[in-house]
Design a protein. Structure first.
Length: 271
């Protein structure tokens, strides 16, 4: 605990008390000027986010709700990243919890997954600290290609939101990471970004059936050719054997199988 005490006394207290003005760079504790020269190249994306006071998306592992925060300081010396209190306010976060940070930019995303080292509330301060990753970079939002389903062979998808009866929709496109479907009618009252779907089922073929949980990534209302809800989901706990079989099926489909169309330029964009 002495390490953490020293850490908060030396770095965090000064940076948090000035968070309404410009955030301070922990590497410049003995200087009053923030300089990009103090930040190693692998952390420049974080430095830009701190300098611009950009909001980050924060998800707590095991929880479905999405929060927001900002970077207060980058402590290279101690290998820590200081973040502001989550918004909206919550009371479940604690040292040892794992969180995932995301920031979207021009079709790319920066993702940081780390454990919380200490809570500022323990030291009469706001915010919390996580371990700095070894490197940080932006990458395409979709790491695997998504294939559009041919209209001549529609496939049915069965999903269930928490506390509701199962709903059936038509598969629109799919990748090894997730799928997009349309469900007749308006399902917006039952959907929430990041919410868990305890059921996601689709029979791709007699030999390939997907049975897993999923997480809602995006949704919107469509009005043509009829009123419907488009829902994009991410597979959560798909068995590796099933994922491999799906990848093989999609690869074979790309080569000419008549069950799936070839990839289109719009299919690689986030739904």
């Amino acid at each position: 605990m002495s390490f953490i005490d020293k850490l908060f006394k030396k770095s965090f207290r000064s940076s948090v008390t000035h968070q309404t003005s410009k955030p301070r760079n922990p590497l410049a504790e003995q200087e009053d000027v923030l300089s990009e020269n103090y930040i190693p190249d692998q952390y420049l994306p974080l430095w830009e986010l701190q300098k611009q006071r950009q909001l980050l998306e924060v998800k707590i592992t095991g929880a479905s709700r999405v929060y927001q925060s900002m970077i207060l300081a980058i402590d290279i010396e101690r290998g820590l990243l200081w973040l502001d209190d989550l918004f909206p306010q919550q009371h479940i976060l604690d040292a040892g919890d794992e969180i995932t940070l995301r920031h979207h930019r021009n079709g790319e995303q920066l993702v940081v997954r780390a454990h919380i080292v200490a809570m500022g509330s323990t030291y009469n301060a706001s915010g919390f600290a996580i371990n700095l990753p070894e490197f940080v970079y932006y990458m395409p939002r979709r790491s695997s290609p998504r294939y559009i389903i041919g209209h001549q062979s529609p496939l049915s998808v069965k999903i269930r939101t928490l506390g509701q009866e199962p709903s059936y929709g038509t598969l629109q496109d799919i990748s090894t990471g997730g799928l997009r479907l349309i469900v007749a009618g308006n399902m917006l009252p039952y959907l929430r970004h990041g919410a868990l779907l305890p059921m996601c089922e689709v029979d791709i073929s007699d030999e390939l059936q997907i049975r897993c949980r999923a997480r809602i990534c995006a949704f919107r209302i469509g009005r043509s050719p009829y009123r419907h809800t488009q829902i994009s989901v991410e597979f959560i706990d798909m068995e590796e054997e099933t994922r491999t079989a799906l990848a093989r099926f999609l690869r074979e489909s790309q080569l000419g199988c008549d069950k799936l169309s070839r990839p289109q330029s719009t299919s690689t964009q986030a739904a």
